[in-house]
Design a protein around this ligand. Structure first.
Ligand code: PLP
Length: 287
């Protein structure tokens, strides 16, 4: 496996970062997770826009143009002979001294990893996910916006840990007001009486590329889609619940905090939406 590391391709074993990189010392940096379907990089432009916006928000100047990044991604795929892949693109603040001040970091560091996809097992799609809500709260939008896809993923990691402690694979975070925000790395949708709901960005969620794709797709499919805050009660009593994300695509949830959703099986609308989504992924990619 070849990794793009700051200007060159190196073998996985040699792809190493300095211990003085502020990405390592402080989680100072931004990243994207991007999917490739049959050689088409899914919604690449949207991912790059989000990357540059995340970087701008934390005052990190990415020393590459969008075209540079596109070329590097394409080359990384070629070098690894991959047509279906998950790409991890990381830009860290770079090497500096032990102080917090990024002024000591001369140059941001770019890493691009492309690998075969490690998605949820097929069985999860067939059976649906059993999830819980956890104590960890989404970070407040007035502090560091959840829209920034930064290398600070500690609350998301705590969500995963809490999910594991509860014996399930995924969990939901609420915001400080108690509204449902999102999963550890997935957005949430619920369906009630034919209407689809997803929390608006201001509730405190990453503005997922898959979420946006589903919002658009739902419109095309004739669903009434509302971006409105909702609570756990609304999730418990929904007809269907599903999560969306680059890795997961669209995955049904069949139990939340022990409450069975619908009849405890992935719902028919979730299935329809997943199929419609998969039917479009190649077309929505960049060759
Ligand atoms: N929420 C968080 C916190 C994430 O890290 C991700 C993953 O990127 C998502 C939601 C889903 O976003 P996307 O559909 O862009 O992968």
């Amino acid at each position: 496996q070849w990794i793009y590391l700051d200007g060159e391709f190196v073998e996985k074993e040699n792809a190493k970062i300095s211990v003085f990189d502020h990405g390592f010392l402080y989680g100072d940096g931004v990243f994207e997770g991007i999917r490739v379907y049959n050689g088409n990089v899914y919604k690449l432009d949207e991912h790059l826009v989000r990357l540059y916006n995340s970087a701008k928000s934390i005052m990190l100047d990415i020393p590459y143009t969008k075209q540079d990044l596109t070329d590097i991604i394409v080359e990384t795929l070629k070098k690894n002979d991959l047509r279906d892949a998950y790409i991890r693109l990381v830009v860290s603040r770079g090497v500096g001294n032990l102080g917090l001040d990024p002024a000591s970091c001369a140059r941001p560091q770019l890493v691009v990893i492309a690998e075969k996809l490690a998605i949820y097992p097929k069985e999860f799609y067939e059976k649906g996910l059993d999830i819980v809500t956890v104590a960890t709260r989404r970070n407040r939008p007035d502090v560091l916006s959840p829209k920034v896809k930064s290398l600070n993923y500690l609350n998301n990691i705590l969500v995963k840990i809490e999910a594991g402690l509860a014996g399930v694979n995924e969990a939901l975070m609420l915001n400080n007001e108690g509204y449902v925000a999102e999963g550890s790395a997935d957005n949430i949708f619920i369906l009630r009486e034919g209407v689809l709901y997803t929390p608006p960005g201001y509730v405190g969620a990453l503005e997922g590329i898959t979420r946006q794709a589903i919002v658009e797709l739902a419109g095309e499919m004739g669903y009434d889609l509302r971006e409105e805050p909702f609570t756990r009660h609304d999730v418990y009593t929904a007809d269907e619940v599903f999560l969306t994300g680059t890795a997961a695509e669209v995955i049904a949830v069949i139990k939340v905090d022990g409450r069975i959703i619908g009849d405890g099986k992935p719902g028919p609308e979730t299935q329809r939406i997943l199929e419609a989504f998969r039917g479009k992924v190649e077309k929505d990619g960049v060759k």
